[in-house]
Design a binder for this molecule. Structure first.
Ligand code: ZN
Ligand code: ZN
Length: 306
C-alpha cells in the first residue's frame, strides 16, 4: 500500500529532475550536447575556457548563437546548463597582478556564460591564505563588484562552497552569506552546493534528520532561492578531511544513503544535480548518471516511508 502512495510523486519528481554532469567541450562547445546525451544527462556543466590557463575564452558570437538555438529548441534533451569558472581565480588575493587577472578571467567567464544561455557560472572564490576572511573582505567585495559590472547579468555568479583547505573562502554557509551581504544581497549572486566539499568541511548528513538540518541551515543563512545547482559528488576523503577529492557516487566515504537523504529534501526539488565524478577516468558515465537517479529515487522513497 505504501508503494502506491509514493508512486505518483516519485514519477512526477523524477521526470522533473535535472540530473547530469560536467562534460567536455573538446572540439567545440556544440559537442557538449552530444557528450551530455551520451551519459544520459538532461543538464550539463562545461568550461568555456581552459580552467588552468590564464587565457580568455574563444567563443565567437556565431558559436554562441548556434549553442543557444540548440539549447532553446530542446531537441538534444539537454534542458539547461551552468559553466564552471577558471580554477586559477582568487578574488581575495593581495597580489595586485593575480587579482587583476582573476577579475579579468571571471568577467570573461561570466560574459561567455551569459552569451551561451547558461543559468550561472560556478566559481571558487579563492583563499585568504589563513589571514581570515574579514581581512580580505574589502578586496573580495570590490573584485566581485567589478565582475558584476562587466557583464549583462543575464546569468548568476554561483559561489561554490569549499572543502576548507588552505584558507579557502566559502567553507561555511555563513561565510558565503557574509560575502553576498557585503554586496547588499545582489540578485546576480547565487550559490552552488558541492556535496563532497560540504562533507569534507565537516558537515555530516548520514541521517534524514541531519540532512534536514543542513538544508534548514542553508535556507536560513543563504535562502534556497540562491541555490543555482548542486555538485553531486561522493568523497575520496573522510568527514572533515578538508580536501577537495571527488569520488563516484556510492563508492566513497559519504555513501549512497547519505547522498540520497540530502538531495531528496523537498526544498531541493528541481535544483540541477551535476556530477563531477571521476567515472572510469574521463568523467561521469551513463552508469554514474543512472546511479544518481537511483540515489535520488531511493532518498525520496525513504522520506515517503517515515
Ligand atoms: Zn567547483
Ligand atoms: Zn564542485
Amino acid at each position: 500500500m505504501k508503494l502506491k502512495l509514493v508512486c505518483k510523486p516519485y514519477y512526477f519528481i523524477m521526470n522533473e529532475s535535472l540530473i547530469g554532469g560536467h562534460v567536455s567541450v573538446a572540439g567545440g562547445i556544440m559537442n557538449a550536447f552530444e557528450n551530455g546525451v551520451a551519459i544520459g544527462a538532461n543538464f550539463i556543466q562545461i568550461f568555456t575556457g581552459s580552467p588552468r590557463v590564464w587565457k580568455s575564452s574563444i567563443i565567437s558570437d556565431e558559436e554562441a548563437s548556434q549553442f543557444r538555438a540548440e539549447l532553446e529548441n530542446g531537441g538534444s534533451g539537454v534542458k539547461g546548463l551552468v559553466t564552471h569558472a577558471s580554477y586559477l581565480v582568487n578574488m581575495a588575493s593581495t597580489d595586485p597582478e593575480l587579482l587583476r587577472k582573476s577579475v579579468e578571467v571571471l568577467s570573461d567567464n561570466a560574459r561567455s556564460a551569459s552569451k551561451i544561455g547558461a543559468r550561472g557560472v560556478v566559481v571558487h572564490l579563492g583563499s585568504h591564505k589563513g589571514a581570515g576572511l574579514s581581512s580580505r573582505m574589502q578586496i573580495l567585495r570590490e573584485a566581485l563588484m567589478r565582475v558584476l559590472d562587466s557583464f549583462d547579468g543575464s546569468c548568476r555568479i554561483l559561489l561554490e562552497n569549499t572543502a576548507g583547505a588552505g584558507g579557502s573562502i566559502g567553507t561555511t554557509f555563513e561565510e558565503l552569506a557574509w560575502v553576498i551581504e557585503s554586496l547588499d544581497g545582489d540578485e546576480r549572486l547565487g550559490v552552488c552546493l558541492d556535496t563532497q566539499h560540504l562533507f569534507a568541511s565537516g558537515v555530516a548528513y548520514a541521517t534524514i534528520v541531519e540532512a534536514d538540518d543542513v538544508v534548514g541551515r542553508l535556507a536560513s543563512t543563504l535562502g534556497i532561492k540562491r541555490l543555482g545547482c548542486i555538485h553531486f559528488n561522493d568523497s575520496k576523503v573522510p568527514l572533515g578531511a578538508l580536501k577537495d577529492r571527488h569520488e563516484n557516487l556510492g563508492e566513497g566515504f559519504i555513501g549512497a544513503e547519505a547522498l540520497g537523504n540530502l538531495v531528496s529534501h523537498p526544498l531541493l526539488r528541481g535544483i540541477p544535480l551535476i556530477l563531477e565524478t571521476p567515472g572510469r577516468g574521463t568523467g561521469p558515465t551513463t552508469l554514474d548518471v543512472s546511479t544518481a537517479r537511483e540515489i535520488l529515487r531511493s532518498g525520496i522513497e525513504r522520506r515517503a516511508t517515515i
